[in-house]
Design a protein around this ligand. Structure first.
Ligand SMILES: [Zn+2]
Length: 369
């Protein structure tokens, strides 16, 4: 599956002309539907170069690139059933990258000077990789989930006293046995927490889901160091003995969906007050001034516009910078250029799906323009 490293690798690719094709293609689940993919890709590619703000097609997908794509669909189409697949193709730059995505996205084809990565960011944020920890007093199981792949990172059992159900020991002895189990439990949660701590990627906040009995969830949560606990996304209750990797993914995925929606909502709610820009006009000004601390952008639409080859200004009209359009070049999607510009400045970008604006920004400093 995809990672942020893939996005960064693609972002390093530039062509002097808009000849880099980015094609997002949902592959049907039914193998019979694969036959229609080439025709669909052909239609999408035909439209890719024709979306200039002046209505004219600036360039078209080359025959070589089109055929490379058709060949890949014929050879591998059946490997991608049920996935949306992203293709990045440019023969001139010897680029041919195919990335199956972890969640379904709408079809899209873009011809630009750089790979179009906004849908990739949307997929990474909506269907993130995550960790699951299952623990009870004797067992711990740590897994990672990436798309539909589930892998065990660690699994261990603690040898402790068996359930003190047999007769003969009463009173103090039973109390001691109970204490011993509780002790083991505590250390055991600490061990599991340590595994999670070691497995954490310090650069990325990989969300964590905890599953198990109610008291084990609470026990493990309490043992987590703050660095791990901040990634806690939620929990599900289940009897650990009945769980399989597939069932764990099934139970954890709504927890992750809820976490993603919550995070998006929190970030949208932060868009209020003085240091914010809401809407295309204000956000464009903020990007052009290098004032964006965080960009929030919807994924669904594309907005054609212009970039000035001299001052670099992004605009909706060709004559909206001090150079009066003398160096303006049409771009198929201003939102994508705003995303790229923000990432270039090390500002985080969040692709939002349900917000009262199409684009907005949290600002580093006020923008007057
Ligand atoms: Zn300019």
């Amino acid at each position: 599956m995809i990672s942020y490293a893939d996005v960064e690798k693609l972002r390093s690719i530039h062509a002097p002309q808009p000849v880099v094709l980015s094609l997002y293609l949902p592959v049907p689940l039914d193998p019979v539907g694969v036959r229609g993919l080439a025709a669909e890709a052909r239609d999408l590619m035909a439209r890719a170069g024709a979306d200039g703000p002046d209505g004219a097609s600036a360039s078209a997908v080359s025959d070589a690139d089109r055929h490379a794509l058709f060949d890949a669909l014929a050879a591998q189409g059946r490997d991608w059933l049920g996935h949306t697949v992203a293709f990045f193709v440019c023969g001139e730059l010897s680029l041919f990258e195919v990335l199956p995505l972890p969640c379904a996205l709408a079809e899209r084809a873009v011809l630009a000077t750089r790979p179009h990565v906004r849908p990739l960011l949307a997929a990474l944020q909506r269907c993130p990789d995550y960790r699951v920890a299952i623990a009870d007093r004797r067992h711990a199981w740590v897994l990672t989930v990436s798309g539909n792949q589930v892998e065990t990172v660690a699994r261990q059992s603690v040898e402790g006293p068996r359930s003190p159900g047999f007769g003969g020991w009463y009173g103090l002895e039973t109390h001691r046995t109970q204490q011993r189990i509780i002790q083991l439990g505590r250390h055991h949660y600490r061990d599991t927490a340590a595994i999670l701590h070691r497995a954490a990627d310090p650069g990325r906040n990989t969300p964590l889901v905890i599953g198990g009995h109610h008291d084990s969830i609470a026990g493990l949560l309490q043992a987590l160091p703050p660095a791990v606990r901040k990634d806690f996304a939620g929990s599900f209750t289940a009897d650990p003995h009945t769980l399989t990797p597939a069932r764990i993914r099934e139970l954890a995925s709504p927890v992750i969906e809820g976490w993603v929606a919550r995070r998006e909502r929190e970030l949208s709610d932060e868009i209020s007050g003085r240091l914010t820009a809401v809407g295309l006009r204000a956000s464009l000004a903020a990007v052009n001034e290098g004032a964006v601390a965080r960009l929030l952008v919807a994924h669904e639409s594309m907005i054609p516009g212009f970039v000035c080859g001299r001052c670099g200004a992004l605009s909706t009209g060709s004559d909206q910078c001090p150079d009066w359009g003398t160096a303006a070049r049409a771009v198929p999607d201003l939102l994508e250029d705003m995303v790229q510009r923000t990432l270039d400045d090390d500002g985080p970008v969040t692709v939002i799906s349900d917000a009262p604006f199409g684009v907005a920004a949290k600002l580093r400093f006020p923008v007057t323009a």
